[in-house]
Write a new protein. Sequence first.
Length: 469
Amino acid sequence: MLRKLGRLLGGGLLPFLLLSLLFAAGAAALTLFLPRVFAPVWAAERVGAAFAALAVANGRDLPAVRTAKLFLLLFPWTGIFLCLLVRSAPAPPPLPPLPSCGTETERAARLAESPLLFAESAEYFSCGGDMWRKLLCDVAAAKERVWLQFYIVAEGSLLSGLLGLLGERARAGVDVRLLYDGFGSALTLPRNFCKKLKKCGIAAKKLRPVRFPTPAANRRDHRKIAVVDGAAYTGGANLADEYAGRAIRFGNWKDAAVRLTGDPAEALASLFEETWTGKPQVFVPHSPIFGKNACAVFADKAELSAERKGARVLFRLLSEAREKLYLFTPYLALEKGFSDALSAAARAGVDVRIMIPHIPDKRAVFALTRENARRLAAAGVNVREYTAGFLHSKCAVADGRCAAVSSYNLDYRSLYSQAECGVFFGEGPLPQEVERDFLQTWETSCALPAASVWERAAAFFLRLFAPLI
């Protein structure tokens, strides 16, 4: 705690918070005194808020986002600023009309605007510890490159051991690079972390550093990618001790990831290279290997864009389920189109199950997750809570024949704002492995509890701001 406090005082978050508080205090002072002293200025602010309301009402945001912004405009002076701060991407319907021909993977590839790929191998990890053990072995044997990209990088035994390996590989001439998000790692890394790595021969960059509130402040890089020579990993696990099972935080930390070789690994490497250089990369499959591991890599950037490919791919997956649909997610705050699709599937007789955490890591988000889970449960969706620790897996599997393993949470931020990535599998054994993992984990879960008075009160307020949290 003292270390985090020190980083808060010496890092980039403190100026951000102080300037935000200063702005809020100034706005409060204006609210109290300007009506009496400068009535025309007060009236001008309300006129400005009215024009902002018109702009929001006529915007292309999701309906729930527009509602939240219009409510913010009730706050004098701060309302207009907050609307600009939480500006979100215009979102079209998640699933544009497409031909129904082709396999599930071919349709997913078209939605992701990605080529159909065939992995030489695809290995599923049902916990972060297994992934990290395999990844560390790959890093120790790396000959050409080790490229790592994570939302959270935290000091601890995992990072210490990894840095030792990375330094050794860098001295052997291996291309070693590390990317991490400026907000996700703000309280877990020292301010001079990049300089420290540079001395060891490791190239590192902080993505999207925390600045004074801007419209892009809530758009983070949430991707998890590790590329080691010809293999690549992606999923939900970050670079911190709890993800590798080396630290107990909320009990057992349940996560998931996948290791790929072949063209899908090169596709993930292309995503990393694009983030590193800031220049668009065009990936073309090198040597297609037609086999049982057909897949499509999908990704989104943390930029204003009408094309959110992850939302389209995931919507396709859940809308095509005919018998059973299973989903892991740590956070649940879906827009109306997704919620309606899940409810419709349940009413049509599909066995729809969602697993969420039983132990919260963020109280407000947890209250919102439970509120949304109860609404889906009322529509026939079976929701249970993982009791052995914290659930951080981000997977979906339909009918045991197609699955997605990704960094996407089932909430507005992941689906419509952040940089994310994942892999869709339509053929081969991997979907069955994800389904088996879900069913085994389901046995360690408990029923969704009835809402407490506090949860009802919190949900009543938080539901309005769900798209902005």
